[in-house]
Design a protein. Structure first.
Length: 417
């Protein structure tokens, strides 16, 4: 008991390590980073942008298939058992690009491997750990950790572009590989403990009483029970539609605003505002869902994105474009926090990995389809107004569905099985 009062609660070191590790995941290091290498690839290999971008489509598709499997493995084997080999493989894949890639199919193969055998480097293994370490402050812990994605999106372009310009594109990938192997992997080894019980601690740093049953990995629903749960399918619908809407507009924001007469620099600043807002939102929303019933917080956040998309549908430019971007960013940040938080609250931790993996896959489906729909909408009509109007309606549907989410089960009254 006394060791819990000596210094900061170790759980917050788990949160810090998780945030840094998530910043090195496939989102920032593979998906977003590839755009920085497009021009060097065009110059050296003669590939066109459609061919290079196809690797991203493959990455999203293979990850969507893989993460539910990863989730089941996490439930059975534990997070560390998945993260150790996944991080090593991910590091090797990144290093293989500058070392061995000379044909397009080589690059395709690497991204296929990242989306399959290295899929365990996504956030799926981290969320059960955080949920075991925290109950009272679980939302804040998840929010700070998820903010690591924004951190990765911030430092990766700066680092990679510096190395491309000073040493060549190959050193950019070698640096990313080294960060995964020599920073993320040690952080997992030293700080990512499966539960506070491993260190003789209790969740949230409490020093008296029994640990909340909601932080135990033998408490909750099994996969079959989750699949029959009303809230599970409501959450699937919410996150598929919301990711379709929010991730659909993101890659089209700069060209949309440029078409409306904004200069490229200003349009890019609007897009950057989304990223900054997402980073802040994840921490703020994480705090709020610890204080208030999470679906109520979600209704407010998702209503803001409906407002933001409506602003863009009405032709927003200049100052109003920044207002729309902030509204979209607040909702996009909330999406990441709520996904993990609501799974733990509604279904417990027994099959957390499987449930999170399936819902994460659902998010990826929306992420893949949204930008395509926006592109088709523009190519068909010559304007984004039509698809934006449809997305306002879809976003309102998400708000309505969120209002149907019921009360959390009281896991303190449930018996472990």
């Amino acid at each position: 008991m006394n060791q819990q009062r000596q210094g900061p609660f170790f759980g917050w070191f788990v949160v810090g390590a998780t945030s840094l590790c998530i910043s090195t995941g496939p989102g920032p290091f593979a998906f977003a980073a590839l755009g920085l290498f497009i021009i060097p690839f065009e110059t050296e290999f003669g590939w066109d942008r459609t061919q290079i971008s196809a690797c991203l489509t493959l990455l999203v598709a293979t990850t969507a298939v893989s993460v539910p499997i990863i989730g089941r493995c996490v439930d059975k084997l534990g997070s560390r058992a998945i993260l150790f080999p996944s991080l090593v493989i991910f590091s090797l894949c990144l290093a293989a690009i500058p070392a061995f890639v000379s044909e397009l199919w080589h690059l395709v193969l690497v991204f296929f491997l990242i989306g399959t055998v290295a899929a365990g480097t996504n956030s799926v293994p981290y969320m059960p750990v955080l949920s075991a370490w925290f109950f009272k402050y679980r939302g804040l812990a998840i929010g700070i950790s998820d903010a690591g994605i924004g951190l990765g999106y911030a430092y990766v372009p700066l680092l990679v572009l510096y190395l491309i310009n000073s040493a060549g594109w190959r050193y950019g990938y070698y640096a990313l590989s080294g960060i995964v192997l020599f920073i993320a992997l040690p952080l997992v080894y030293f700080f990512l403990k499966e539960s506070p019980a491993e260190m003789g601690l209790k969740p949230d740093g409490q020093t008296t009483g029994e640990a909340p049953r909601a932080t135990r990995k033998d408490v909750g629903l099994d996969v079959k029970e989750i699949s029959r749960h009303r809230e599970f399918w409501i959450l699937v619908a919410i996150f598929v539609v919301l990711s379709f809407v929010l991730n659909g507009i993101l890659p089209h924001m700069v060209p949309m605003l440029s078409d409306r007469g904004m200069n490229t620099g200003s349009a890019a600043a609007v897009a950057a505002t989304v990223g900054i807002t997402v980073f802040v939102s994840r921490i703020v929303i994480g705090y709020l869902i610890d204080q208030f019933f999470a679906p109520y917080v979600a209704i407010v956040a998702f209503s803001l994105s409906a407002l933001g998309i409506a602003v863009f549908a009405l032709g927003a430019v200049d100052a109003m474009a920044f207002v729309g971007a902030i509204c979209v960013g607040l909702s996009l940040g909330a999406e990441g926090d709520l996904l993990a938080y609501l799974i733990g609250r509604y279904f417990g931790l027994k099959s957390f990995g499987a449930a999170f993996g399936f819902l994460f896959s659902a998010v990826l489906v929306g992420t893949a389809l949204g930008p395509l729909a926006f592109g088709i909408g523009f190519d068909t009509t010559g304007s984004y107004t039509g698809i934006l109007t449809i997305c306002v309606g879809l976003n309102i549907l998400v708000v309505i569905l969120t209002a149907f989410l019921g009360k959390y089960p009281d896991w303190e009254k449930q018996t472990a099985t």
